[in-house]
Write a protein that binds this ligand. Structure first.
Ligand SMILES: [Zn+2]
Length: 168
């Protein structure tokens, strides 16, 4: 009798475990690498639409790890990606200064001159077929590139790749 109850109990436990495991892959499938919780996303620009990319309108926390920011006439503009930054700067010819990027390894904005980019990794990017992620630590960038492929380079080089999205 005692054994029967034990078997029943362990079966129930197992079933419970299965249900929990089934829920997990579905939840992860919709979470992209670049997404962070809204509370962890630093929003530098102001106004009603401050949580949206100033160029394409996409939600900034959802693409946070590729966010860029720049100053125009004393006001901060925030972008979902280097793609939308390049569109504003080189296509729309907006005069921008103080360009910053979110570092994947710290989730903070740093000047692009201090960032090391990994371009063309197997981790999907934002607004471009060729992904581009920035890191504060050069070693962090190298580790990421070792794991996910891609080329390690500076901002100016990564920006040239971003511009290729607009050729043709
Ligand atoms: Zn955008």
């Amino acid at each position: 009798m005692k054994t029967k109850i034990l078997v029943l109990l362990s079966m129930l436990l197992l079933m419970g475990g299965c249900v929990e495991q089934e829920g997990k892959p579905t939840a992860q499938k919709f979470k992209m690498f670049q997404t962070v919780d809204k509370k962890d996303a630093i929003i530098l620009q102001k106004g009603d639409k401050k949580e949206n990319c100033i160029i394409c309108g996409m939600k900034l926390p959802m693409f946070y790890k590729t966010n860029h920011a720049a100053t125009h006439n004393g006001e901060v503009r925030q972008y979902c990606s280097i793609h939308c930054l390049a569109k504003d700067k080189s296509i729309n010819k907006t005069n921008l200064s103080d360009i910053k990027v979110v570092a994947v390894d710290t989730l903070k904005f740093i000047p692009v001159e201090d960032a090391t980019y990994v371009v063309g990794s197997d981790v999907r990017g934002t607004m471009s077929g060729l992904s581009k992620y920035a890191f504060e630590g050069r070693m962090s960038a190298r580790r990421f590139a070792n794991k996910h492929q891609g080329k390690v380079m500076n901002f100016d080089e990564a920006y040239q790749y971003a511009l290729k999205d607009f050729a043709k």
